[in-house]
Design a protein around this ligand. Structure first.
Ligand code: C2E
Ligand code: MG
Ligand code: MG
Ligand code: MG
Length: 279
């Protein structure tokens, strides 16, 4: 009977409500280890000026070389990290790594910005300001070289005083802000004004739609109108074909990212490409 009891307790811990806790702890443990052992790395996706082909900046995109699971893409781990307290350490790591990589890129006579993806819950955490200044707070590398990319969530409250304060402090030091994946999910027009957003990143689903339907009126046109009303710049995400490039050019979008130009590259490959540009 006693063995039965302990077995039951064991099973309850293993499969019961505690299982969720166990799983969480183990993901946190893995992230902590990954940070310590250097299993994370950044890849860079250029933002291109569509008329000249010049690079305007690069977006930092995280990857995880997991000791057991191999190479992981953000979709497989970012959502977990974003919900854990380790998001702060992770974002701090991204900021430091991006800063040192950007310094190397800009040594090659470029004045690129770096895009840092920031989960909305980080915006109410003042520690992110310290982390940002720690990485980008000197003369060579100021926050004016950083564009924070925000993706809205159901629960995002950009009107809260905490968020306003963090954004104001980052902006004071020259940081710019973009609304990522604009037009899908929970992105809304109110935040454009509330946060004095500098750029809208048009989600790739609309770019693909543009090619499929091919006729006016379309959502991208409407987004461009809204952006002009608000005095906000536009970046098209996910340009994969010449035809899509042609369409966005005609609509008047000047900045774009996508596999047509480049795929996300590790820092060494990014530096190689930049050397080709300067030749
Ligand atoms: P995002 O910020 O919207 O990044 C753009 C995603 O679209 C990237 O996927 C990029 O590789 C992909 N992409 C770019 N051009 C094309 C294209 O032409 N075609 C297609 N099919 N895809 C394209 P990735 O690297 O898998 O990142 C996914 C998301 O994970 C990002 O979406 C961002 O929300 C999140 N993420 C990535 N790195 C970080 C990070 O360091 N911190 C946080 N909090 N989130 C991150
Ligand atoms: Mg982004
Ligand atoms: Mg996006
Ligand atoms: Mg996206």
């Amino acid at each position: 009977l006693q063995i039965g009891f302990f077995a039951l307790v064991g099973l309850a811990i293993y499969f019961g409500p505690l299982a969720a806790l166990r799983r969480r702890l183990s993901i946190e443990g893995q992230v902590r280890t990954a940070l310590k052992r250097g299993e994370f790395f950044l890849t860079y996706l250029p933002t291109i000026e569509v008329n000249t082909g010049h690079w305007l900046g690069v977006e930092a995109l995280m990857r995880w070389r997991h000791s057991r699971h191999g190479l992981l893409q953000p979709a497989a781990f970012i959502p977990w990290i974003e919900r854990s307290p380790l998001i702060h350490d992770t974002t701090s790591w991204v900021l430091r790594q991006a800063a040192s990589d950007l310094a190397r890129m800009n040594e090659l006579h470029h004045e690129l910005y770096v895009g840092i993806n920031l989960p909305p819950n980080q915006l109410s955490d003042e520690r992110v300001v310290d982390a940002a200044l720690d990485a980008f707070g000197n003369d060579q590398l100021c926050l004016c070289r950083v564009m924070f990319e925000l993706t809205e969530r159901e629960t995002t409250d950009y009107a809260s005083p905490e968020v306003q304060r963090v954004v104001a402090r980052l902006r004071e030091r020259g940081a710019q802000f973009a609304l990522d994946d604009f037009g899908i999910g929970f992105s809304n027009l109110a935040s454009l004004a509330l946060l004095e957003i500098d750029f809208i990143k048009v989600d790739k689903s609309f770019i693909q739609e543009l090619e499929r339907r091919g006729t006016d009126p379309n959502i991208v046109d409407s987004i461009v109108h809204v952006a002009r009303e608000f005095g906000v710049g536009i970046i098209a995400e996910g340009i994969e074909t010449e035809r899509q490039l042609d369409r966005i050019r005609r609509i008047g979008i000047r900045m774009a990212q996508g596999f047509l130009f480049f795929r996300p590259m590790e820092v060494e490959a990014t530096l190689d490409q930049l050397r080709l540009q300067t030749q």
